[in-house]
Design a protein around this ligand. Structure first.
Ligand SMILES: O=C[C@H](O)[C@@H](O)CC(=O)C(=O)O
Ligand SMILES: [Zn+2]
Length: 278
């Protein structure tokens, strides 16, 4: 079963007036993983789709949704999948790919059937992102040892973390999509600080592996007009192209970032010094 909802894009000047409830309604995705369901959020930020697939007792097939007006989900789109649960299987047009936790699969435009399976080795949790695509690139798995690893941050700023580039153009050919996974080292809590914006691309974050009972304050908004959203484990948040996307947890955690837009240049960021934030 595929459930879906639509999120419109917001004007940053309007968004400055949003209170807690409106901010959460517009940007936060609370229920990403629901048993035996595919849940999708279609956003008007670069028509980016984020979602979760949780096969418990049956296989789940990615079906088209009305907003696409296409026969198959991937007729004019590409897809990125990262497993954040137990080992699972994704079958693309009959070809099987096993994904361990933190492994990724890029699925190229034009693929007809994508099936997600629980293979009895723990509960797989497939976090997915999709962007419009007008060229077909080969479907490719990015295994644990194929990620491009970058060490970031410093213990003295509580932001020491390991960034794993998974679906980026040095590893996989994509039209728009870029995805990766960042892990905060124990005792480190700040992600993406110094914060940045990139008006050329939107972004979505999905937080996971947060200790039970803990929370993450996700910071968004224009650098001089920031807001926060408290988030729980396994929740996602949309980041408009005008917004910073940074967070601080009450413990360490991991998160998946995904982006689409004007270019594929990962380093294309406008960095904001911490003491310039408002
Ligand atoms: O545009 C890039 C994204 O915001 C993330 O890759 C940042 C991130 O994972 C980090 O600094 O920890
Ligand atoms: Zn970013």
């Amino acid at each position: 079963m595929t459930k879906h909802e639509l999120r419109y894009a917001a004007n940053p000047v309007d968004a400055r007036k949003y209170g807690t409830e409106e901010l959460r309604k517009e940007f936060l995705v609370e229920a990403v993983f629901v048993q035996d369901e595919i849940r999708l959020t279609y956003s008007m930020y670069d028509r980016y789709i984020i979602g979760g697939v949780m096969p418990v007792s049956k296989d789940l097939t990615l079906e088209t949704i009305p907003y696409l007006k296409s026969e198959n989900f991937l007729d004019r789109r590409e897809l990125g999948i990262v497993n954040v649960g137990g080992k699972g299987k994704v079958t693309v047009d009959g070809k099987e790919y096993e994904l361990n936790k933190k492994e990724a699969l890029y699925v190229g435009q034009g693929s007809k059937e994508v099936v997600f399976s629980n293979i009895g080795e723990g509960q797989p949790l497939f976090y997915i992102n999709s962007a419009p695509a007008h060229k077909s690139f080969p479907t490719k798995k990015v295994g644990a040892d194929e990620a491009e690893v970058v060490q970031l941050g410093d213990e003295k700023y509580a932001n020491k973390r390991v960034l794993n580039k998974l679906i980026v153009n040095s590893i996989v050919e994509t039209c728009q999509l870029q995805m990766g996974l960042t892990e905060l080292l124990q005792g480190n809590v700040w992600n993406t600080m110094p914060a940045h914006t990139h008006s050329r691309r939107m972004e979505a974050y999905f937080y996971f592996d947060l200790e039970e009972g803990q929370t993450i304050s996700h910071f968004m908004g224009e650098p001089q007009h920031t807001r926060h959203i408290f988030m729980e484990n396994n929740q996602a948040v949309l980041s408009p192209e005008w917004s910073i996307h940074s967070g601080s947890g009450t413990s360490s955690y991991s998160f998946i970032w995904g982006m689409a837009g004007e270019n594929l240049d990962y380093g294309d960021m406008d960095v904001c010094a911490p003491n310039e934030l408002r």
